[in-house]
Design a protein around this ligand. Structure first.
Ligand SMILES: [Fe+2]
Ligand SMILES: [Fe+2]
Length: 234
């Protein structure tokens, strides 16, 4: 399974925050061309924080601009919301919600676009969403990949700057479902592949900051995923 992923665009108004990123459209068009031409992934994931300010008057126009850019992807793609995006209903009025799960190239992707924001830039997963992990494993023996904006990290690790407030519960459900890879954004430091029991955890670096990275993840069952970063030039 080959996945292209980018996250944390923070498309916003110049000058309002350090990482607002007015040049996003041009950089993203370059990234989309490169994904189509060079990476040709099975799927492209946009992992949240597409906007900087969800309350801005032009938030919808900015989302429309981003949708138009991503629509040039020649392969399947979907976007999930982050804590800087508009609420899920409004977000998915522009970006179609991902399917319950997506089968491709022998693997299965399971996205969690509706995990709510929690205080201190954290998130949580409800019991019914946790059950989706077990359901995705029913009658399926291939690689299972979980996708969410906020990284799910064992609380004892230094990587857990943000996290799920019920991370232990989410990680246990991932183990039970034999999720091999958990992909996220949100942490602008990113972090490299980190093994937790049977699951590889990864937070990809933010697109809003140089080198404006697109991650390419190759993942086969029982093998360590290979993550390479394709950087757009400034
Ligand atoms: Fe972000
Ligand atoms: Fe975020």
């Amino acid at each position: 399974m080959k996945i292209a992923a980018l996250s944390d665009i923070h498309f916003g108004t110049p000058g309002s925050e350090d990482w607002c990123y007015e040049a996003a459209p041009e950089k993203l068009r370059q990234a989309v061309s490169r994904i189509n031409r060079d990476l040709q992934p099975d799927v492209t994931l946009i992992l949240g924080d597409l906007l900087e300010d969800p309350g801005a008057k032009d938030a919808r126009a900015r989302m429309d601009t981003l949708y138009e850019i991503f629509s040039a992807l020649t392969g399947p793609w979907f976007a999930i919301r982050g804590n800087h995006d508009v609420p899920a209903e409004a977000f998915h009025a522009v970006f179609p919600p991902p399917p319950d799960f997506l089968d491709l190239a022998g693997g299965r992707l399971l996205a969690f676009p509706r995990d709510p924001d929690e205080p201190a830039y954290r998130s949580s997963r409800s019991p019914s969403e946790l059950k989706r992990l077990a359901k995705a494993r029913e009658n399926f023996s291939g690689p299972l990949v979980a996708v969410q904006h906020v990284p799910v990290v064992p609380p004892e690790l230094a990587l857990a700057r943000y996290n799920y407030i019920n991370a232990e519960e989410v990680l246990a459900a991932m183990q039970d479902a034999d999720v091999g890879l958990s992909l996220s954004g949100h942490d602008h430091k990113g972090f490299p592949l980190t093994r937790y029991e049977g699951t590889w955890l990864c937070a990809i670096p933010p697109f809003c900051q140089p080198p404006h990275a697109v991650a390419c993840i190759r993942y086969q069952l029982s093998e360590k995923p290979v993550v390479t970063v394709v950087a757009e030039r400034d």
